[in-house]
Design a protein around this ligand. Sequence first.
Ligand code: R5P
Length: 302
Amino acid sequence: MKPILFALPGNEAMGAELCRLRGWEAGDWEVRSFPDGETHIRYLSEVAGREVILVCSLDRPNARVVPLYLAAGVARELGARRIGLVVPYLAYMRQDARFHSGEGVTARHFAGLLGRAGDWLVTVDPHLHRIHRLDEIYGIPSRVVAAAPAIAAWVVEHVGQPLLIGPDEESEQWVAQVAAAADCPYTVLRKVRRGDRDVSVSAPELAGWRERTPVLVDDIASTARTLIAAVGRLREAGMPPPVCVAVHPLFVGEAYAELLAAGVAEVACTDTIAHRCSRIGMAAAIGDAADALSACCDGVGI
Ligand code: R5P
């Protein structure tokens, strides 16, 4: 029997696209908040004996993780055979080390929480830096979907003569993949972060690249300070206004407007998070990964 999918609030478009592409059943349920803010979940579709797929991107994670956790728990209580978590943006991956005494590696605690909710996990380009693989912290089977092929296809279609640029060393893993797939050159800037919104970026020699269209590629745009600092550095170097691409468009507060005001040609992000700049679709790749992982869990294709 095909899986039955339930999309947490804000994830309806991704859920509908996954059902359309994979032929999964779109489940019917009610999710609402009680007046005191607690979450009420009622499954209207039968989930007993079914593989239930919950779709929930975890931007603004503290508000979203409790409904996701409860949705999984209720489905299990009602007899779901297996619970798959499709989490296009996986939060809490950046606190992947004890940067200061007294801190914790919260990525591990968060992984423990999600690992108790679901039986498998699919996500897109989690921020793997000091943690190299999801299974270093996640105890359930997982698949990482790379956004690079979809981003590269978008760049090839929309940008003439691109030069891909990573705003910091951490971004090289994504920029190098996109550049290889788009068959174009890339370079990487150097970033110093002094605080959440205090970022500076230095650029290598760019004079030889002025005929190219710069395309900044990062995994996450949160405050957008990283991209804004990189845009400033590129403009100082005499480069044309860059195209900015982020896998996960968090864009907190006024970040998106501030990035546009910094002098960019265009902002294009994937749809792991619903945002007005989400125009690079990831549902096909996510659906493939989820079906493959589900088959693995059934002992097929191992
Ligand atoms: C850094 O670790 C990430 O790759 C991003 O560059 C960073 O998360 C972007 O954050 P912000 O938009 O707040 O500068």
